[in-house]
Design a protein around this ligand. Structure first.
Ligand SMILES: [Zn+2]
Length: 199
């Protein structure tokens, strides 16, 4: 990878041999490996000892989870907050594992829509809840840095499954609980959002 990065620097018109760039290939490799380390993380390993059977059927919410991901179209960061909710049927996930789950899927090349769905689908698969909801709000550097559609560089996506999809009141309750600064649209329909421009 380091050889490729040296080559990339040269292609960009830089001198990979100058002092400031000498260790850059090593650093970039390390950074990229970390930012894509989700490929090597195993969901079952992370959740392994953290699924519990309980009698609890109220909404569980973990909000304002920071996440950082890379857009697969430009390899540039998009980052923001993730809010996760579910209503248990018989099982719950240890609360601290939810942010770990977000990391597993964020630390890959992604589009925001798929990232939201993968988190929701995984929770459904692992604990079969009555419903699960994921809302992600993110800034996309591939849009804001390149000056493309500046007004839309902030994107909101959602994945609503089960009762969150079928029951408007449950969905509204969740959206109300995660609302802050008034920037999550009220009554957000499932799948709202946009991905970076494909150019
Ligand atoms: Zn992009």
């Amino acid at each position: 990878m380091q050889q490729l990065i040296r080559q990339l620097l040269a292609e960009l018109g830089e001198d990979p041999g100058r002092e400031g760039l000498l260790n850059t290939p090593k650093r970039v490799e390390k950074a990229l490996k970390f930012l894509t380390s989700g490929y090597n993380m195993d969901v079952d390993e992370v959740l392994n000892d953290a699924l519990f059977t309980v009698e609890y059927s109220e909404m569980v919410i973990v909000k304002d989870i920071d996440f950082y991901s890379l857009c697969e179209h430009h390899l540039l960061p998009f980052f923001g907050k993730c809010h996760v909710a579910y209503i248990p049927r018989t099982k719950v996930i240890g609360l601290s594992k939810i942010p770990r789950l977000v990391d597993i899927f964020s630390r890959r090349l992604q589009i925001q829509e798929r990232l939201s769905s993968q988190i929701a689908d995984t929770i459904r698969e692992k604990i079969n809840p009555l419903g699960v909801a994921v809302v992600m709000e993110a800034t996309h550097l591939c849009m804001s840095m390149r000056g493309v559609e500046k007004q839309n560089s902030f994107a909101v996506t959602s994945a609503m499954l089960g009762i969150f999809r079928d029951n408007a009141r449950t969905r509204m309750e969740f959206l109300e609980l995660i609302r802050h600064r008034g920037d999550v649209p009220h009554g957000l329909p499932a799948g709202t959002g946009l991905t970076c421009v494909n150019d």
